[in-house]
Design a protein around this ligand. Structure first.
Ligand SMILES: [Cu+2]
Length: 68
């Protein structure tokens, strides 16, 4: 398990945060999700035997946010 903090751009309200959290929850291997729109980040624990960072990035971008 590895803690990862990604810079996420484009979140403007609580709904945006929720959308990102939902997208992350769908990925197997992610736990302890924390998303903050004011500080533009998404942090979580990732089990790298189940998913990789690229998949996470794609999942966030697929719903309209940018991972810097
Ligand atoms: Cu929003």
């Amino acid at each position: 398990m590895k803690t990862i903090k990604l810079e996420v751009r484009g979140m403007t309200c609580a709904h945006c945060e929720e959308s990102v959290i939902k997208a992350l929850k769908k990925i197997n291997g992610i736990t302890e999700i924390e998303v903050n729109r004011f500080e533009n980040y998404a942090q979580f624990r990732l089990d790298e035997t189940k998913a990789n960072q690229e998949q996470v990035k794609q999942a966030i971008e697929a719903i309209g946010f940018q991972v810097v």
